[in-house]
Write a protein that binds this ligand. Structure first.
Ligand code: ADP
Ligand code: MG
Length: 427
């Protein structure tokens, strides 16, 4: 029917070849009653969170695993839901045989839905063509039967009703001793998982290393080691504009730091709503925030430290206290520091050329670049052309000088940057 219908999908060869090469998998499969159109669009949640299934009018008989062929609709809405559906059915990861059959059922469904869509008009044909492209992408042009939306390393737990994800189960119930959890940060690439907790009137921020977190690919022991080594850094660099470290201890098979909670907007790109509110703060407020950032980094330099991995996710603004608070200085190190990684930790928008060069010296002049990059992040959304700059031309020149690729062309200390910045501000 597809070959005769006159409409073609790009990449249909791969789909048709997959069907030919795998149709033998159908031999001997069990048969049972099927709903026939089982996906999120036919599920209804009641007010008391009961899940009901509707629309049984496409029922028929077939392989129980074929029932998953409409999971494409669920996966497009939520990979987590689709992954959970498979894991729930199989009690863990599905066998490879299932994925090969699923790809076969999805491939046949994709091909046959093209002629099916024709009577419904162009719009429906386009929907089906788009879905075919999704299918090719999910199965790497039918070369890998495990779809890309299937989240292999993924496990959900919850504490005080707040869900969070890990790669594998890990007992984090000890977090309860610090207070009742109201927020979780589980996506960082640091290997840490963080919790906002409340005890009585007080709120705290607990950072834990040791658990298998989803955003981190290294060994948890290294995350633990880094977190332990960060304790003296927070103590040495204590500052009005730095989160306050209250406690540090070995616990729960890893290591935990407890900080004062900051009720604020974080500028990090990973929190789009909060970032938006931060960037909409009046220019004067953002200038004050930048002063605080400069003051903290001048302090760090005077204590013999270099900033590593500082970016917008470290910048918070407390609207009530009208105060800028910086966090996540875990990797700040004593100068002189040598780049021993190649591409170091950090967000590209904030990193100097030497942070990409194995063996390069990372020092205060590197941090001058960082201050320039931060100015562009605050006052030009990281666009370094003069057109996007929201402050005066003089201030632009100071920031642009700081982000020179050549180290000798930058200001040679944070203090020099501060002096030039303040002088330009007065003009
Ligand atoms: N003391 C705090 N109070 C409230 N939120 C915080 C605090 N410290 C950090 N955060 C928020 O939590 C996020 C993750 O914390 P961070 O220190 O960056 O953890 P990691 O070491 O895992 O990168 C930060 O981007 C910031 O938004
Ligand atoms: Mg971080």
């Amino acid at each position: 029917m597809y070959r005769e219908c006159g409409i073609r999908i790009d990449g249909d060869d791969q789909i048709l070849n997959y069907i030919e090469a795998n149709r033998h998998l159908l031999t001997g499969r069990p048969q049972c009653y099927q709903h026939g159109d089982y996906h999120v669009g036919n599920m209804v949640l009641t007010e008391d969170n009961q899940l009901s299934v509707i629309d049984f009018n496409r029922w028929d008989y077939g392989d129980p695993w074929e029932e998953f062929n409409r999971i494409v609709w669920s996966a497009a809405v939520s990979p987590h839901f689709a992954t959970g559906q498979l894991r729930g059915y199989f009690g863990g990861d599905p066998p490879m045989e299932f994925f090969r059959l699923l790809a076969l059922y999805i491939a046949t469904n994709t091909i046959s839905s093209i002629p099916w869509a024709i009577p419904f008009g162009d719009e429906e044909i386009q929907v089906m063509k788009n879905q075919a492209q999704d299918v090719l992408a999910w199965f790497d042009n039918m070369n890998n039967p495990v779809p890309t939306w299937y989240l292999e390393d993924w496990h959900v737990q919850s504490i005080d009703g707040v869900p969070y994800r890990l790669k594998a189960p890990w007992d984090l119930s000890f977090i309860g001793k610090y207070g009742k959890v109201f927020k979780v940060f589980d996506e960082q690439d640091s290997g840490n998982i963080c919790f906002g907790v409340q005890k009585g009137e007080e709120k705290y921020f607990v950072k834990f290393a040791g658990a298998p977190t989803i955003g981190y690919s290294g060994p948890p022991e290294e995350a633990v080691k880094r977190l332990k080594e960060s304790v003296p850094v927070y103590r040495d660099l204590a500052h009005l504009n730095l989160v306050r470290l209250l406690e540090a201890e070995e616990i729960g098979g890893g290591f935990a730091l407890v900080f004062e909670w900051v009720d604020g907007e974080c500028m990090g790109k990973q929190y789009p709503e909060s970032r938006q509110r931060f960037l909409q703060l009046p220019k004067e407020t953002r200038l004050e925030a930048f002063d605080a950032i400069l003051s903290f980094h001048a302090h760090a330099a005077s204590q013999g430290y270099v900033a590593i991995d500082f970016y917008d996710g470290c910048i918070m603004y407390d609207l009530t206290a009208k105060k800028t608070v910086l966090c996540d200085i875990d990797l700040y190190s004593r100068a002189p520091y040598t780049n021993n990684m190649g591409r170091m930790w950090g967000s590209t928008r904030f990193m100097s050329p030497e942070e990409f060069q194995l063996g390069a010296v990372i020092d205060e002049v590197t941090n001058v670049y960082l201050m320039g990059a931060t100015a562009f992040a605050l006052f030009a959304e990281s666009d370094r052309t003069p057109e996007k700059w929201q402050l005066s031309e003089k201030l632009y020149e100071v920031a642009a000088k700081a982000v020179s690729d050549a180290r000798s062309q930058r200001q040679q200390s944070i203090q020099q940057f501060v002096d030039e910045w303040n002088e330009a501000r007065e003009k």
